[in-house]
Design a binder for this molecule. Structure first.
Ligand SMILES: Nc1ncnc2c1ncn2[C@@H]1O[C@H](COP(=O)(O)OP(=O)(O)OP(=O)(O)O)[C@@H](O)[C@H]1O
Ligand SMILES: [Mg+2]
Length: 146
């Protein structure tokens, strides 16, 4: 069951990367996360949004569609979608150190998302775009009635 949600559309400019990161993490504070959990979410969102900016829309400025839902048990599901170039081989792209921009990038974005989040799914269609769906479970430190 989805308890709460939001969605937004951003222009794929690097100036908006920090805004996306801050917005998603502010929304996640409803789950009473630790500083470390918030930091994990910020890092993962930042990696996914950066990928849409630098890879999906290489020579153009498109849109990035971000949504988040609070789901049971005390988790946040975040979707970051672009309508950019798409990924030819998702499995390969997700391997640590794999990058199509060698010398410039480390190829660690997906590995970072995978290690900081509890679930990561990447769907991509060449020429159509990419959707990254991530789930982070937030520890329940206090028992509440909510
Ligand atoms: N949204 C996207 N659209 C198109 N291609 C993508 C997208 N996200 C990732 N890719 C492809 O997957 C590869 C691996 O992505 P990953 O984030 O792991 O590494 P990177 O972006 O190359 O390097 P780093 O994230 O360490 O700076 C990229 O080099 C790129 O080819
Ligand atoms: Mg990356």
């Amino acid at each position: 069951m989805v308890k709460n949600s939001f969605s937004m559309t951003l222009t794929a400019r690097s100036a908006n990367e920090g805004f996306a990161r801050a917005t998603v993490s502010a929304f996640a504070t409803q789950l009473d996360p630790t500083l470390e959990e918030i930091s994990d979410i910020k890092t993962a969102v930042s990696e996914a949004v950066t990928n849409s900016i630098v890879h999906a829309y290489k020579n153009s400025i498109g849109k990035i569609y971000i949504s988040a839902e609070l789901i049971e048990p005390n988790s946040i599901r975040i979707k970051i979608r672009d309508k950019g170039c798409g990924i030819e081989n998702v499995e390969k792209a997700m391997e640590p150190l794999y990058t199509t921009v060698g010398g410039e990038r480390a190829g660690l974005g997906f590995a970072v998302m995978q290690s900081f989040m509890d679930d990561l799914k990447v769907r991509s269609v060449l020429g159509k775009g990419t959707t990254v769906t991530m789930v982070k479970k937030i520890s329940q430190r206090y028992k509440t009635n909510g």
